[in-house]
Design a protein around this ligand. Structure first.
Ligand code: MG
Length: 366
């Protein structure tokens, strides 16, 4: 697949949204994509009184997904979900997405490789349609290392000065999370178990199911929740849970200059994680990562609705003076909560070809 082919593919997939490639949602005063695919650059227009937010995320084979475990649609979905989740964490509205994709030579040359790319796009496009975010540009290359490498750039907008930050938390604020925790890591562990069973898992997309049924394969970025938190003035600080609660909470506390106390009994744990037994379930909820839920703080005086934008919100603790983060439950009592979030495949993929050949690429979430 050449660059032109990719561009054609994206352009045709976005035809409804993009029209002739011009003026996507860029109505007077609203901002959006003025010029999409087809020129040397895309042209975006910021809405009056708004700021532009930009986030970029690697999706690297062997690091963020495995081609033998994750169906191609899931890889495309997850690539976009990571960027959308960063915008959600700051309460920004998605404006445009840009994709750079490198495929190994042997994939470009084969029918099955081309089908993988088609399915990758289908997964990415379905989530883009759901959130009405146009793909406004892209680039392709042959990967020099036999691995699929993708990079997604998401551009969003928020009213000037209103975007949520990690640094806004105050002592006494209460801590909340959306949805449930630990599901993504629990589903991944199940995938690992099946892969270890020796029977190759059919490489297809799970059937249509209830939202949240595939927290690893199809995480749901909380874009509408982030927008509602800003609109209703409910939150003082926020972050998305990409690396795991223990690690991402530490980021929020450091930026806010506060400590935190977590009530382990209050954590909303995904049913898939609960199946692992209570001790392992807690470990998955705290350190599992990739749940892409939002963690946010709000003043104790704010009456928090049980649901925001249709998503359940659960109080899990509060911000306190000092730097320490602690967790308490009836079984183990109060103790330090060390950041031990999951570093994607860093520990799991030892021995895979990617690692053996020294081709592993380090990445860090900004
Ligand atoms: Mg993030």
């Amino acid at each position: 697949m050449g660059e032109l082919e990719l561009i054609e593919q994206i352009r045709s997939a976005n035809r409804d949204a993009m029209g002739s490639g011009r003026s996507v949602g860029a109505r007077r005063g609203r901002g959006g994509v003025v010029l999409g695919i087809g020129d040397d650059c895309a042209i975006l227009r910021a809405a009056k009184g708004h700021e532009v937010l930009v986030t970029t995320d690697f999706t690297l084979e062997g690091r963020h997904f495995r081609r033998d475990w994750h169906p191609a649609e899931s890889v495309g979905h997850r690539a976009l979900a990571r960027g959308l989740s960063d915008l959600a964490a700051m309460g920004a509205r998605p404006v445009a997405a840009f994709l750079s994709l490198a495929l190994p030579r042997e994939m470009v040359a084969t029918r099955s490789g081309q089908m993988w790319a088609d399915r990758f796009f289908a997964g990415l496009q379905a989530l883009a349609d759901e959130h009405k975010v146009p793909l406004a540009g892209g680039d392709t290359a042959k990967s020099p290392c036999g691995l699929v490498l993708a990079d997604i750039v998401l551009v969003g907008s928020a009213k000037a000065g209103r975007a949520l930050r990690r640094s806004g938390g105050k002592v006494g604020d209460l801590l909340y999370v959306t949805g449930t925790l630990g599901g993504a890591a629990a589903e991944l562990a199940a995938m690992e178990g099946r892969a270890g069973g020796g029977r190759p898992r059919p490489s297809r997309m799970p059937g249509e199911g209830r939202a949240g049924e595939h927290p690893q394969l199809l995480p749901q970025p909380r874009v509408q929740v982030g927008l509602a938190l800003v609109r209703r003035g409910l939150a003082t600080a926020a972050i998305d849970l990409s690396d795991g609660l223990s690690t991402d909470l530490a980021h929020l506390c450091r930026e806010s200059g506060v400590g935190a106390e977590i009530d382990a009994g209050a954590l909303p744990i995904h049913p898939l994680a609960q199946q692992a037994g209570s001790r392992r379930a807690l470990e998955l909820a705290l350190n599992g990562g990739e749940d892409y839920e939002l963690l946010f703080s709000a003043p104790a005086g704010v009456r928090m609705p049980r649901k925001v934008a249709g998503v359940t919100v659960t109080r899990i603790g509060r911000l306190v003076t000092g730097k320490a983060i602690s967790i308490d439950d009836v079984v183990q009592g109060p103790r330090r909560l060390e950041p031990a979030g999951w570093e994607h495949f860093a520990r799991r993929s030892r021995g895979t070809d990617a690692i053996r050949d020294g081709r592993e690429v380090e990445s860090a979430d900004a």
